[in-house]
Design a protein around this ligand. Structure first.
Ligand code: GDP
Length: 195
């Protein structure tokens, strides 16, 4: 699928204020600093549609981007960053949880993992939550340009997930810097749009 149009629609503080339109929706989520904004920019083919920031945890809203007039990509608050208060963390957890529980438009969730990391507690907690709530998700390993054995590292990660949850999620290996894996994600989304 080619992206011929990508536009920012809205920033919503909670699921109730998200756009009303019922079109397929694909949330992107991950730990702060995982490369989510860079990935969204690459998918949207715009340099700065999602603000890439070195300051972790800047996005605290649910940002909707409409692609090709036909589906939404949503940028969710990053989780697991250190420099915010407990209350704010809790609020973000509630925003995220409510969004996944009540946003019926969601076709598939993309969970972004920095390919250099072994499974981290916070990601495992989130994966466990997704599985226990029957939510469909695909993993995106980011920043693959930083490794030489990216396929092995990804396989190791998946093996650990399988061992722990008895699930083998689909995954993509990507680099926003080198534009690796972006086309494949778009094809995957296109397949789901046509379901
Ligand atoms: P976010 O907090 O998850 O939205 O992450 P950002 O997109 O803001 O990226 C966090 C940091 O990782 C920035 O310094 C980016 O330049 C860097 N980064 C993001 N994607 C890549 C990538 O594909 N390769 C490399 N080498 N660095 C990346």
């Amino acid at each position: 699928m080619d992206v011929f149009k990508s536009e920012f629609i809205s920033s919503s503080p909670n699921v109730k204020s998200c756009p009303f339109e019922f079109i397929p929706e694909y949330p992107f989520i991950g730990r702060s600093n995982v490369g989510k904004s860079s990935l969204i920019n690459s998918i949207c083919q715009k340099k700065n549609i999602a603000k890439t920031s070195r300051k972790p945890g800047k996005t605290k809203l649910i940002n909707h981007f409409k692609i090709n007039n036909s589906w939404y990509l949503t940028d969710l608050p990053g989780y697991g960053y250190a420099n915010v208060s407990k209350t704010l963390k809790k609020n973000i957890d509630i925003i995220i949880e409510d969004y996944f529980l009540y946003r019926k438009q969601i076709r598939l969730i993309f969970l972004i993992i920095d390919i250099r990391h072994d499974p981290l507690e916070i990601d495992l907690t989130f994966i466990s939550w997704l599985i226990s709530h029957g939510k469909r998700f695909t993993l995106i390993f980011s920043k693959c340009d930083k490794l030489k054995n990216e396929e092995v590292q990804a396989q190791n990660y998946i093996t650990k997930i399988k061992k722990k949850f008895n699930e083998t999620p689909k995954y993509f290996i990507t680099s926003s810097k080198k534009k690796v894996g972006i086309k494949e994600i778009l094809t995957h989304i296109n397949d789901h749009n046509n379901l």
